[in-house]
Design a protein around this ligand. Structure first.
Ligand code: ZN
Length: 464
């Protein structure tokens, strides 16, 4: 114990400010200081060799990005990761193996000591959905009362997407659009519709399959409060555009471009099928050949790439599986044929949920990302592939919410954005068979619209 006492002498009594080494003085956050104290205490009790393997003045070193990482990990109630970042900050030469061994010691220690359930002595926000903050984050955009910041200029060609992300996120949260918000969507879509059929990403843009899917989906949501939204789309012109400009004339059908002379991939197939289904114009000409094209995208691991002979990808696999579901509902496939086509992808889908984080990665060996909470979980739901709902909800609620400003993010350390807010909430909605805390509106996994919105759409008559 004598050694420990020596070290105690070197722990600053209250290192609220420390020098980062380049002259900058940084205030140590109270949470971090709490960890420092707790760490010393725990080290004295059980982990002395681990804890005091680092310099005694460790509490005064982490700076800038490192401190931010520690704080974020603490906010996410991820004590082990916080300790890892602390350790790494203090021993730059630390090997990965050292970190793993240290973490394992901590795991064993906490595992053996039930009283250490809250080892870092902090207050956490737990698995709570910050609904009001997210509503605030999403408010004022559709009705134009809040100007989006200038960095949104880069999304000028994605305005119909922004309308969909915001409207759908509000719908999932259970907040009906106001009349002004519905009018905002109608006005934007009217201005973005091409006279040749289809929608561009904004006024003046070339019609694009993805922008059209987004516009039609946003109009469906607007239509729940303003029936005029259902009359905006020129359905005849849109159908001709899909058949003449997007469908490839050769090869037996089933292949579409995303725009005139654009790429040919499974996104185009999905956007065409989903749009046509939502507008009640899905017919044999559009469906013919799609099953064969989708089957040609299958990779060696059973899931789907965007084009033949490409790597399996969560977004493309979603487009493939959801397209097959739409084709099944349109009776181009029997239930047995559908099941046989999607069965090889089931194992790949289940394995994309990471054990430690609980969220999904989009591709093998990639980082977890909250938008795949929808793309992967929805594809898994459609394929009847198992995934761990509570762990997914845990990842979204604890790691992806900006609890201060509202909105959800891809992962810790990045800012919240509208796209991830939409898809993280959609994914969270899919966890509700076991996670009853969130109480979000359920979404249809093949369309990513709420069932309420689909029921209110006069053109949509598929069994849901
Ligand atoms: Zn993402």
């Amino acid at each position: 114990m004598g050694k420990d006492e020596d070290r105690d002498d070197q722990i600053p009594s209250r290192p609220s400010v420390y020098n980062s080494g380049d002259g900058e003085e940084v205030e140590l956050c109270p949470a971090l200081w709490s960890v420092c104290q707790r760490r010393v205490e725990l080290g004295r009790r059980a982990c002395a060799s681990l804890l005091f393997a680092v310099p005694p003045l460790w509490a005064c070193t982490p700076t800038g990005v490192e401190q931010r990482r520690v704080e974020d990990a603490l906010l996410a109630e991820d004590g082990l990761r916080a300790v890892y970042y602390l350790q790494r900050a203090h021993q730059r030469g630390w090997r990965v193996r050292d970190a793993e061994e240290a973490l394992q010691q901590w795991v064993r220690y906490f595992h053996a000591d039930p009283s250490a359930e809250r080892p870092l002595g902090l207050t956490f926000h737990s698995d709570r959905l910050f609904r009001e903050r997210h509503l605030h984050f999403l408010g004022g955009i559709l009705d134009g009362t809040r100007a989006l910041p200038s960095e949104f200029l880069s999304l000028e060609a994605s305005q119909t997407w922004i309308a969909y992300w915001v409207a759908h996120a509000l719908d999932v949260l259970g907040r009906p659009l106001t009349a002004a918000e519905a009018q905002g969507i109608i006005k934007l879509c009217r201005a973005s519709q091409s006279e040749h059929g289809g929608y561009g990403g904004g006024p003046g843009h070339v019609a694009h399959a993805a922008a059209t899917y987004a516009a039609v989906s946003a109009l469906c949501i607007a239509g729940t409060v303003d029936r005029g939204a259902h009359q905006v789309t020129q359905r005849g012109a849109l159908t001709r555009w899909m058949k003449c400009d997007l469908a490839l004339a050769d090869g037996g059908g089933g292949r579409f471009r995303v725009s005139l002379n654009g790429e040919i991939d499974v996104r185009a197939v999905y956007c065409v099928l989903a749009t046509a289904s939502l507008l009640g114009v899905l017919d044999d000409d559009l469906c013919r050949g799609c099953v064969a094209f989708i089957d040609s995208l299958r990779s060696f691991d059973g899931a789907f790439g965007g084009e033949p002979l490409t790597e399996s990808h969560g977004g493309y696999t979603y487009c493939a599986v959801a397209s097959l579901r739409i084709l099944r509902d349109a009776e181009w496939l029997t239930a047995a044929e559908f099941a046989a086509l999607v069965a090889p992808a089931r194992d790949w889908l289940t394995r994309r949920q990471l054990r430690f984080e609980g969220g999904f990665q989009g591709r093998t060996h990639k980082l977890v990302d909250s938008c795949y909470s929808f793309w992967l979980a929805a594809a898994a739901r459609l394929c009847d592939a198992p995934f761990r709902e509570p762990q997914l909800a845990h990842y979204i609620l604890r790691y992806c919410q900006d609890v201060e400003h509202g909105g959800l993010r891809d992962k810790p350390h990045v800012p919240a954005d509208l796209y991830h807010t939409c898809y993280a909430l959609s994914g969270l909605s899919l966890t509700q068979s076991t996670n009853t805390e969130a109480t979000l509106r359920p979404v249809h996994p093949a369309y990513n619209l709420t069932y309420d919105t689909l029921h209110a759409n006069p053109f949509f008559s598929k069994p849901i």
